[in-house]
Design a protein around this ligand. Structure first.
Ligand code: ZN
Length: 281
């Protein structure tokens, strides 16, 4: 699947606020994330069209409640001949969602991420982004001022620093970058570089290197090496089980080092291996 291929589907949902049943769009098939896809220094994975991102949010045509599409319950009725979600500009859907979040006192971090997606969506739609940048800074600052939630706060401090740098608020950006310590799990060279750019009053957007994308989106899985032996029970190996039979052993080859990305995208069985398994059965 090329990075420009995607599928938008129409489905029926019911509004959690007023129970109206209506049809809305959802993008259910996106190109897989790879290290060669463009990602900007504000951790924005650049999608080819704003409409793809806009499918993350749904707006009720009756009460204008707007929130993440996956929080609306699917409805059994066909998405034909029923009300449709209002057709509005892709990025503006996120503004409606931020408004719903404020009205309902939803979590500040949700609102911040929605505002950020609105900013990214406006970029992908080739629109003016300054108001989106201000809204994102406002919401993310509010989220970080709220000490009640746990999470990778250091990464959000980096993100806020980068938004402030892009908005030419360099002094504030530097303060935020200082809070982006190693717990952010971001490449150290990235944080140092963005801080230097802020010190040099440079507000240009930047693309991450393939190596940085790999570190952020495909982190290596850390497996503890020590294992208390007394908890283990000897297990018969395949060889012991089949030592008296004539069945052919399946050779799975050398064990590859496990990585997070491998867990996310398990390799497809090779045809050679499949035919060998078949032969054994
Ligand atoms: Zn509604």
């Amino acid at each position: 699947m090329s990075q420009y291929e995607f599928v938008i589907n129409t489905m029926s949902v019911s509004c959690p606020e007023c129970n109206e049943v209506f049809a809305t769009q959802t993008s259910f098939r996106l190109p897989e994330m790879t290290t060669s896809l463009p990602v900007e220094s504000d951790l924005h994975r650049v999608l080819p069209y704003g409409i793809i991102r806009s499918c993350l949010v749904t707006i009720c045509p009756s009460c204008q409640y707007a929130w993440w599409t996956n929080t609306f319950s699917r409805h059994f009725s066909l998405p034909i001949g029923i009300k449709q979600a209002p057709e509005i500009d892709s990025a503006r859907k996120f503004a409606h969602a931020v408004l719903t979040g404020r009205k309902n006192n939803f979590h500040t971090l949700d609102r911040a991420i929605l505002a950020l997606n609105g900013y990214w969506c406006a970029k992908e739609s080739h629109q003016e982004t300054s108001k989106w940048l201000i809204l994102s800074i406002q919401e993310l600052s509010a989220a970080l001022a709220d000490s009640s939630w746990e999470g990778n706060r250091a990464r959000y401090h980096y993100l806020l620093g980068e938004l402030l740098r892009l908005n030419r608020q360099f002094e504030e950006a530097i303060q935020e970058f200082k809070l982006a310590d190693s717990t952010s799990n971001l490449p150290e060279d990235l944080i140092i570089n963005q801080k230097t750019l802020a010190q040099n009053k440079n507000s240009d957007p930047l693309l991450l290197s393939n190596e940085q994308v790999k570190t952020i989106f495909f982190p290596a899985l850390v497996i503890p090496r020590l294992m208390p032996q007394e908890l283990l029970e000897p297990i018969k190996t395949n060889e012991q089980v089949t030592e008296n039979s004539n069945s052919e052993m399946v050779d799975f080859g050398p064990i590859q080092s496990s990585t997070y990305s491998a867990a996310l995208f398990p390799p497809k069985k090779s045809t050679a291996l499949q035919s060998k398994v078949k032969a054994t059965v």
